[in-house]
Design a protein around this ligand. Sequence first.
Ligand SMILES: Cc1cc2nc3c(=O)[nH]c(=O)nc-3n(C[C@H](O)[C@H](O)[C@H](O)COP(=O)(O)OP(=O)(O)OC[C@H]3O[C@@H](n4cnc5c(N)ncnc54)[C@H](O)[C@@H]3O)c2cc1C
Length: 469
Amino acid sequence: MVYDALIIGSGLSGLAAGIRLAMFNKKVLIVEKHVEVGGLNSFYVRKQRTFDVGLHAMTNYVPKGARNAPLSKLLKQLRFRHEDFRLCPQHQSEIRFPGHALRFTNDFSVLEEEVARAFPAQIDGFRRLVAKIRDYDELDLNNSRFTPARAVVQECITDPVLIDMLFCPLMYYGSASEGDMDFYQFVIMFKSVFMEGFAKPEGGMPYILNLLVDKYKTLGGELRMGAGVKAIHAPDGALQSVELENGETLLADKVISSAGYIETLRLCRPCPVEEARCEEGRMSFMECLFVLDRQPKDLGYDKSIVFFSTKPRFDYRVPEAAVDVTSGVLCAPNNFDYPQPGEGMLRLTNQANYGVWNDMVRADYRAAKKEWRERAIEEILQFFPDFRHNVVFTDAFTPKTIFKYTGHLNGAVYGAPHKIKDGRTPIRNVFICGTDQGFLGIIGATLSGISMANLHVLQAENKPEYGRI
Ligand SMILES: Cc1cc2nc3c(=O)[nH]c(=O)nc-3n(C[C@H](O)[C@H](O)[C@H](O)COP(=O)(O)OP(=O)(O)OC[C@H]3O[C@@H](n4cnc5c(N)ncnc54)[C@H](O)[C@@H]3O)c2cc1C
């Protein structure tokens, strides 16, 4: 059997690419090295509780009927109805720095009013920035020039604290690079976080993943779990076959890989020389989960998500130590418009260093998780009520965990800093989708899978109407 397309990885981008191709009667196979689907956004069970791995919120929320928004395009391309995703919008979120707080909701005018209230001298510049963002075509797959976002933002806004406050959520939710980000990525994130907004699916990631897998299989797509790809054989620079870790050989006309750009090149035999020139992603996080004996709002936590810095200036970079507790994201997953909130829960995300965690021996690793979790809580008590006596269960995962379960080098959640927008690799008929293609997060990764399937398989068959989403 020769597949029309073989997809590496059953994360959101791989599943979306698979659905799109199966929908057009392509013979398509997804191979996943793990036993659960979802990749960076999967779920796991501990002590009879199911935890989402990555989900704080889906960005890009728009209500039913909104036109031309990424979520609407995604639903249309995958042939879902808005209600199929069971999205529950956020209440309100916040950016909190020493002496400053900016609230925002899924109504963009709230953020605008907050900027005018807290930084009155900056509001005209903020509006100029917003106009620039609205006019920008961030989905142009042919634009590969790096434009530093801070320089563009500084042309409009002069207060460094406001600049840091705007960058904080956008970098935490989508920057593979330290310090600054490419302006196109800033625009994607600004629109998806501030101009559209947050929602959570009722039932969390297990619900969404089941929905995608069901659709894929109903359309005739094949999915093989525990089927890691060991090698992509490509003599003479063209795809020949795919070898699984169990030694089996698979044949396909095209491969679309969501494993990451460098990770995919390293699977190729021979490995293309380009691999040595690529910079690896390094930005990763420690995530602590706290199950509480009551709802966070009963303890004074009424925001859906808070992006914070306890220092006056925000630094987004890999810390020297295991974790940087001075900034982070605090998420209360039940502070969404949920019909039936589950157990009380808080999630805390901080920047972390893969190398430090990876070098620890087992006993030290466990002790370090406990130590850094306590330090992370102590730090946020500068802003938030003490919830330590209300914790009934806690767990934490580190960059090492992320690497183990996704294969992304250094546990880099947003992949490598340089994105391959057109998804091409030096190997003929091997393409990438997902994180390293450049659309990030749950909605971004899903759109990436759709657009790469459209571009490299469907449009390649001279059906240009499939090319752009
Ligand atoms: C802690 C955390 C919190 C997050 N929070 C949010 C959030 O709140 N909102 C949001 O929108 N996004 C969030 N994200 C980001 C989001 O999860 C990712 O951007 C998105 O899921 C990436 O999907 P992907 O398909 O590109 O990659 P992945 O999910 O990484 O999929 C790649 C898949 O390929 C498989 N694979 C790799 N190598 C091989 C191989 N050799 N053979 C077979 N299979 C292989 C992997 O096992 C994996 O399943 C979060 C991520 C993390 C880690």
